[in-house]
Design a protein around this ligand. Structure first.
Ligand code: NDP
Length: 498
């Protein structure tokens, strides 16, 4: 089912890199070659931007009704081809099939949601006064650059491409070099759904080459990136020089705040899900478990007991609960932080080792890892590890919980767990995070704004606010009076100019 080589998509055609270079995509469960894709560079990006600009003349002029029809067809085709997408996503990310079935099954909703937003979005008539009609209209931005990471390759691209296309833009996508295949497959789905040739281009390649060329290209009107905070700063600086909008969904270090009135079993299930889904490789990973001191030891013991029972193994096996990390690099990072945590004096309550699994000797597996006795100023509590490592930190009361939850440079997400909803909301509203869940974690919907504060980024995905961020607002002022206005005439007429 998985091909040996996947070409790029430029101007509606399959293409190899102009240079002929290719890069290898590995299967994280085995460390062996999965397939190759082109290693595109600035020449390929230039071709893709030119194709997208030409396609914008067609797509940008379509009515919202026509654009919605294409997006709804894309939702249908994606739904039909879901088993193929799930298989490839598992193979390129190493994420267990049970996770990818659950996640990918929801992706068509983004296309139908933004189709509906395009159909129903309304602008305003403003109270300008006098004999004037003043209305605003939203026009597409033009060619938008979308740069995406490897942890949720299809979902994250979907969160960007559905609103971008719904609003009438055309796109050039630079997916992660580590997991570029489902973004290439998505271009085919959009093609079959009736998107004009060149409206969606996908250039595979290295971030420092193809990604940097896309961020710097003068033909793009916005750049939207999901990735690490340092990558975000670099790309935002390029956007700043050209005064084009930048949107960045960047790093995170989410806190899971558990009060003592939460039943232990719910608290422990919450912590386990938040910390170890996707082997901890999510931007909203509950990497910091803040537990009220009166129940801290009990919750920690039960967490360790449950973590021991997580089934780690072949991601294609429906019984597997945790797969490998995505790459050797990611595995090395996790090992480095485990060593840092030990050196800082944190107590390893569980895990801490890489795993060699039978039949998957080259796979990038690591145990779920729990550090106790962690202080908020330790590096393991502050820096994004992006792996299956959770730091457990006790707190005394509401004020202490808020102080700790706000004690990082990141501000993407947090969750608050309490039977007292009034208290949970009080605490949620004091936490400096773009997303706060109460008695839940990691829930998402196409309508629900998603994006961070502080080092976690700028801008929002999802919802009407995201659709609007892919448009520019034009104010049209119409003089309805029909009067002849002559400022320089020497007469007694009203000379209003404001
Ligand atoms: P990276 O920042 O390494 O890469 C993200 C994307 O940017 C990749 O396509 C990468 O290409 C590309 N890139 C790298 N350097 C440049 C550059 N100089 N100019 C333009 N593009 C570049 O992140 P990861 O792929 O490792 O993803 C993990 C990160 O993403 C984590 O920090 C995580 O928190 C964040 N993330 C945030 C989410 C959110 O919603 N806030 C959701 C998911 C992840 P290449 O792969 O070839 O290097």
């Amino acid at each position: 089912m998985i091909c040996d080589h996947y070409p790029m998509r430029i101007g509606g055609r399959e293409a190899d890199a102009a240079s002929g270079a290719r890069l290898e995509v590995l299967n994280p469960a085995t460390g062996r070659l999965l397939c190759t894709v082109p290693a595109g560079d600035a020449d390929d990006i230039a071709a893709a931007v030119a194709a997208a600009a030409a396609a914008g003349e067609v797509w940008g002029r379509k009515s919202p009704l026509d654009r919605a029809a294409v997006l709804n067809r894309a939702a249908e085709i994606l739904t039909r081809r879901m088993p193929e997408f799930v298989a490839v996503e598992v193979a390129q990310t190493g994420r267990p099939v049970r996770e990818m079935l659950a996640q990918l099954a929801r992706t068509p909703e983004w296309y139908s949601y933004f189709a509906a937003v395009a159909r129903t979005h309304e602008t305003h008539v403003h109270p300008f006064g006098g004999a004037y009609l003043n209305y605003s209209r939203r026009a597409p931005l033009g060619v938008v650059g979308l740069v995406t990471p490897w942890n949720h390759p299809l979902l994250i691209l979907t969160k960007k491409i559905a609103p971008a296309l719904a609003a009438g833009n055309t796109v050039v996508v630079k997916p992660s070099e580590v997991a570029p295949v489902t973004p290439l497959m998505l271009a085919d789905v959009l093609d079959k759904a009736g998107l004009p040739a060149g409206a969606c281009n996908v250039v595979t390649g290295y971030g420092a080459v193809a990604g940097a060329a896309l961020g710097a290209h003068p033909g793009i009107s916005k750049i939207d990136l999901t990735g690490g905070t340092e990558t975000g700063r670099r790309v935002a600086a390029l956007a700043g020089e050209r005064l084009i909008p930048f949107s960045g969904e960047l790093g995170g270090k989410a806190s899971v705040v558990v009060f003592d009135d939460m039943p232990d079993d719910r608290a422990v299930s919450a912590a386990l899900f938040a910390a170890f889904i996707a082997a901890g490789q999510t931007c909203v990973q509950g990497a910091r478990l803040l537990v009220q001191r009166s129940v801290h030891d009990r919750v920690l013991d039960r967490l360790v007991a449950r973590a021991r029972r997580i089934r780690i193994g072949d991601p294609t096996d429906p019984a597997t609960q945790m797969g490998p990390l995505v790459s050797q690099r990611q595995l090395d990072t996790v090992e480095r932080y485990v060593a840092i945590g030990r050196a800082e004096g944190a107590r390893l309550a569980h895990g801490g080792n890489r795993l060699q699994l039978e039949g998957m000797a080259g796979g990038f597996f690591h145990e779920p890892t729990i550090f106790a006795g962690v202080h908020n100023d330790m590096r393991i509590a502050q820096e994004e590890i992006f792996g299956p490592v959770v730091c457990v930190i006790p707190f005394e009361d509401e004020d202490d919980a808020v102080r700790l939850a706000n004690g990082t440079a990141f501000g993407l997400a947090a969750s608050v767990w309490s039977a007292d909803i009034a208290r949970a909301q009080r605490v949620a509203q004091r936490i400096d995070s773009g997303i706060v869940w109460i008695n839940d974690h990691h829930r998402i919907d196409p309508s629900s704004p998603w994006g961070g504060f502080g080092d976690s980024g700028l801008g929002k995905e999802n919802g009407i606010v995201c659709y609007e961020s892919y448009t520019r607002l034009q104010s049209v002022v119409v003089n309805l009076s029909g009067d002849h206005f002559d400022w320089f005439a020497d007469d007694a007429a009203d000379k209003r100019y404001s």
